[in-house]
Structure formats: C-alpha cells, structure tokens
Design a protein around this ligand. Structure first.
Ligand SMILES: NC(=O)C1=CN([C@@H]2O[C@H](COP(=O)(O)OP(=O)(O)OC[C@H]3O[C@@H](n4cnc5c(N)ncnc54)[C@H](O)[C@@H]3O)[C@@H](O)[C@H]2O)C=CC1
Ligand SMILES: O=C(O)C(=O)[C@H](O)COP(=O)(O)O
Length: 377
C-alpha cells in the first residue's frame, strides 16, 4: 500500500499545520522531546532551534528526504550529515531579522531613557553584519547613532560596500550588539568570542547586548564581571546551555528574556513560510504563498501623533507595539527553570512587528526607518 507523505513538525511552529497539510499528513510534537523512534517512516522533518538534528536523532530515519528549520541559526543542524545522506535541507535566513531589530532598539531606547542618556551621537558596534546585525544598524542609525560594523569573514570577501572596524573599536563603542552565528571551528569561530579577557576590557558606562547565541559570551566570566561591578549594562536574550540558564546572572541585566528576541508572530510566520517554500522546491511542486491570510489583524493598527518626536516618544512608540518589560518580568518570575524557560517560549503572547502600526500626523523619516508604517493622510 502507498504510504502517505508524512511530516513531523515542532509543535511550537505557528501556522505549520495550515501551510504544510497540503503536502501530506502532519504530526506535531515537542521539538525538545523528539527522538530517533519518532523519525521512523517520516518523509520531512520541520524543526526549530531546540532540536539537535544529528546522528543520534537520524539513527532510525528510514524515509527522511527533507529537513527544514524555521530559524535563522543552524548551529543545531549537522548539515554535513544531511548532505552525506542525500537529505535536502533549508533554513529560514532573515525570517526574524525585523523582530531582532525591534527587540534591540526597544530595549536600547528604554535603557537610554532610564539612564537619562541620548542615543543620538553615540557609537553602536554591530558584531556580525548580516541580517539581524543590519536590522539593528538601520534602527540605531534612525535614532541618530553612529554605527560601526565588525565582521572579519565578510570583510575578507571584499565584496561589501560597508567599511569595517577593528575589534579594538568594538571594545570602545558605547553600545556593543552581538549578531554572529555560533561556530566552534575555524579562523572566525564565535564560541566565547567574548571571553574573560574581552569582558574585562569593558566598562560600566557601556551597554552590551546579546541576542544571537548564549555561547558567544562566557556566561561565568560575565557573572564575575557583574559581581565585581565592572560589567556594562546588559540587554540579555540568550544563554549558555539553554534551557538551563545561569540563574545567578539573571538579576543583573537591565532587560533579560528567554531567547525570544526573534519571536514576532510575523517573523515566525515568515520562518514557516520559507521552509514550506523550500519543501515545495525540493518536491518540484509549484509554490503559491497563502501565508498572509493566516496572520490576524493587529490589536492596534493606527495612531495619531500631535507633537514633535523626541527620544522619549520613540521609546513610547516602540513599547506600544512591543512591551519588552512584560517579557522581562515573566522571565524573571517564571523562566528560571528549564521547564519554565521552555513554557514561556511555547506560550509566548502574540507580538506584532512595528509595520503593523500606521502613524498619522507626522512624516518623520525616523519612524519609517524604525519600521513603522507612515500614513500620509
Ligand atoms: N535571539 C533570537 O531570537 C535570534 C537569534 N539569532 C542568532 O543570530 C545569528 C545571526 O543571525 P543573522 O544576522 O541573521 O545571520 P547572518 O548569517 O545574516 O549574519 C551573520 C554575520 O556574522 C558574521 N560573522 C561570522 N563570524 C564572525 C566573527 N567571528 N566575528 C564577526 N562577525 C562574524 C558573518 O560573516 C555574517 O555576516 C544567528 O545565527 C542566530 O544564531 C537569529 C535570529 C533570532
Ligand atoms: O532564528 C533563530 O536563529 C532563533 O534564534 C529563533 O528565534 C529561535 O527560536 P526557536 O527555534 O528556539 O523557537
């Protein structure tokens, strides 16, 4: 008897059943709990970052022909293994870049307001000038910051129009925002790129943001710095060894969250849509994009501004759409155990991107650069 095409999908992948059911039977399961037996008679596997796709997971995969991850990062995927076994693979580059940009700028504006500082004129160093780093750079420039880019692999290619800075310049920037993939080998490995030696050169007046991967910063070394009151202000979304966070470090950041910087509903939808499209290509099917019809209308879609825009106004606007302090509170209260951490991510409230808010009454280009929609009426 002909077996139906069967897809195994992480249950924490919004809109996956809607988009993937035309291909065959969709089975959903907790991505953290997937094991080799689950892969028996599975044709396509769709994961998120919490599933390690390696020899162990694929040990009994007798029919697997495609793996998709609805994420930007791919450090959880043994890509060489997939290639060696002739299994197609796709990730979702850039899917949640806007969400990361919005997380960083919202947190940064809040931090600056709290410290009574103006961001305009300050230097922000983006470490990793790819999709998320550039989303942050665009928003930082929108609020008047001077952006420095540090990206040796890209600089070595010599094809970019950016000017790149040295690591020393990064260490002297007012704000340092990390946006590199987690890599453990090679000349530009990022594992503990910010180790004790680097962290010890930073100062409390600075702000250090990690919204890429926890292992890029030595968390124990960072803890020693904060305990010695020598660390920069921290905006902290990712942790070494998630979902087991270094709880001693949690009280210190200005804002801290359970790896949700990229968790806009729009970004998650883009991730699902991109791997659906890639599966279509793999199967030589014609792809028609129906994804937008599943996104709900935003709760707040329009607002009128009546006064000139100051930094405080920008901060208020960003928090109107993205309440980062609510994420921070929930994490500190409920996210410090592995179960709590995963539960917060699984039950993450609906968060929309700034583009869903249309602003009337002013035509300030900063608003468009931050991602808001401008209504000329
Ligand atoms: N917290 C969250 O929710 C999210 C985290 N991420 C993480 O952020 C990472 C970056 O994402 P994208 O910007 O979209 O990736 P990307 O691939 O577009 O850009 C990464 C850039 O980092 C550069 N790079 C690599 N090694 C470097 C090094 N040693 N020093 C400086 N630059 C280096 C690369 O040349 C590249 O230009 C992802 O790999 C993922 O792990 C991504 C999305 C959401
Ligand atoms: O896209 C990435 O890379 C990320 O870090 C995702 O936002 C992580 O989300 P999950 O896959 O862990 O749900």
């Amino acid at each position: 008897m002909l077996q139906p095409f069967t897809l195994l999908v992480d249950e924490n992948m919004p809109f996956a059943p809607e988009l993937l059911s035309p291909f065959g039977q969709v089975i959903t399961k907790s991505g953290r709990e997937l094991c080799a037996d689950d892969l028996i008679n599975i044709d396509a596997l769709m994961v998120r970052s919490v599933t390690k796709v390696d020899e162990t997971l694929l040990a009994k995969a007798n029919r697997l022909q495609f793996v998709g991850t609805a994420t930007i990062g791919t450090d959880h995927i043994h890509k060489e293994l997939l290639a060696a076994r002739g299994i197609g693979f796709a990730s979702a580059p850039g899917c949640n870049r806007i969400a990361v940009g919005e997380y960083v700028i919202t947190s940064l504006l809040a931090c600056a307001q709290y410290r009574g500082e103006q961001l305009a004129g300050k230097r922000l160093a983006v470490v990793g000038s790819g999709n998320t780093g550039n989303a942050v750079a665009q928003r930082a420039e929108a609020v008047g910051m001077k952006v420095l880019r540090y990206d040796p692999p890209l600089a070595a290619k010599g094809q970019s129009h950016w000017t790149f800075c040295q690591f020393e310049d990064v260490l002297n920037a007012d704000v340092i925002s990390l946006h590199v993939p987690l890599t453990r080998d090679g000349e530009h490995a990022t594992y503990h790129l910010f180790d004790a030696e680097v962290l010890n050169q930073l100062r409390p007046e600075q702000i250090l943001i990690n919204a890429c991967r926890g292992e890029v910063v030595d968390n124990q070394a960072l803890l020693r710095c904060v305990q010695a009151k020598l660390a920069p202000a921290l905006i902290w979304d990712v942790w070494e060894a998630e979902p087991n966070v270094l709880t001693d470090l949690v009280p210190y950041p200005f804002i801290t969250t359970p790896h949700i910087a990229g968790y806009s509903l729009d970004g998650k939808m883009r991730g699902t849509q991109m791997i659906t499209q890639a599966l279509c290509q793999h199967l030589n099917f014609l792809y028609v994009d129906h994804s937008q019809q599943f996104l709900p209308a935003p709760t707040l879609s329009s607002i009128e501004l009546t006064a000139p825009i100051e930094q405080a106004t920008l901060g208020q606007l960003t928090q109107l759409i993205y309440n980062v302090f609510a994420d921070d509170r929930r994490f500190r209260r409920d996210g410090l155990t592995a179960i709590g951490f995963d539960r917060l991510r699984k039950t993450y409230p609906q968060r929309r991107e700034f583009a869903t808010l249309s602003i009337r009454g002013v035509s300030d280009p900063r608003l468009a650069a931050l991602g808001f929609a401008l209504d000329p009426a």
